[in-house]
Design a protein around this ligand. Structure first.
Ligand SMILES: *[C@@H]1O[C@H](CO)[C@@H](O)[C@H](O)[C@H]1NC(C)=O
Length: 264
């Protein structure tokens, strides 16, 4: 379970290695690699053994596995919740989309995990910063971050352990370099390894802000309009045309739940 889940973390943004929306050379799509017993980026040596609560969204994230039916779906997705005043994303919003975000107590790498109480305000701040006001766009960005990070458990790629890939939408190193340079122009020169670059953008505000940054700076206006519309066509165009991943049905579970909670 652990390895089946965790190996999938190299998914979508692994395929969008280019920092540019189109045309740039992207590495070959991630080839599923046999799970290894030792995470190559194992962070804290004190990391507890894997728990059985691997997040549901990862169960069939890799394109190679896309023909498998979604193994699990969030336990109780999308309870209706009253939108908060001002439309901010709150802990309740996040919890209602997937209860898996309730706690980091069983997270494989606890120092990478952020629960709903941390995610809500950080996501809200990013939507304010990048002017993500449309509910359809908000739902899509929350959904992709949940999917890519296993309900916000992971902050970097562990399987296979691609150095510098991370943040909550599991961006590729090239994207993180651009993102970090935009946020920390005075520090980027000193970040001489992909890991150091990722470290610059690994705080909650930065990590939860990368999906909005990516959309607003690396995807074109048509993709953005499509997401704002909140329909399947726009979602598909975003995934295949800008994230450059395979649109597998399991990605729709969290997207549908997020739309329901946000009232899209
Ligand atoms: C995150 O962003 C919010 C809103 O801009 C701000 O109030 C908070 O201080 C930031 N947190 C950190 C750790 O920078």
């Amino acid at each position: 379970m652990l390895f089946k889940s965790a190996i999938l973390l190299a998914s979508a943004f692994a395929l969008s290695a280019s920092a540019l929306p189109c045309g740039s050379t992207a590495p070959a799509p991630a080839t599923p690699v046999a799970p290894v017993a030792t995470p190559s980026l194992a962070a804290p040596s004190s990391a507890p053994p894997a728990k059985s609560s691997a997040p549901p969204a990862l169960s069939s994230a890799l394109p190679a596995l896309s023909s498998a039916p979604p193994a699990q779906t969030p336990a109780a997705p999308a309870q209706s919740v009253a939108p908060s005043a001002g439309g901010a994303i709150t802990a309740d919003t996040i919890l209602s989309i997937t209860p898996a975000t309730k706690s980091c107590a069983t997270a494989e790498f606890p120092n990478e995990c952020a629960d709903a109480a941390r995610a809500g305000p950080a996501i809200s701040a990013s939507f304010a910063k990048y002017e993500i006001t449309e509910k359809g766009t908000q739902a899509a960005l929350i959904a992709i971050m949940m999917f890519e990070s296993g309900s916000f458990v992971y902050n970097k790629n562990h399987y296979p352990g691609r150095p510098g890939q991370g943040t909550k939408n599991m961006q590729m190193p090239d994207n993180n370099k651009l993102y970090a340079a935009a946020l920390f122009p005075d520090k980027i020169a000193g970040a001489t390894t992909p890991e150091a670059v990722l470290q610059l953008v690994s705080g909650d505000n930065e990590s939860f802000g990368s999906a909005a940054w990516h959309l607003t700076t690396q995807c074109g206006p048509e993709i953005q309009k499509g997401l704002a519309a909140g329909d399947a066509k726009g979602w598909d165009a975003y995934l295949t045309g800008c994230v450059k991943t395979t649109h597998t049905p399991d990605r729709d579970v969290l997207w549908t739940a997020a739309k329901k909670v946000l009232g899209v």
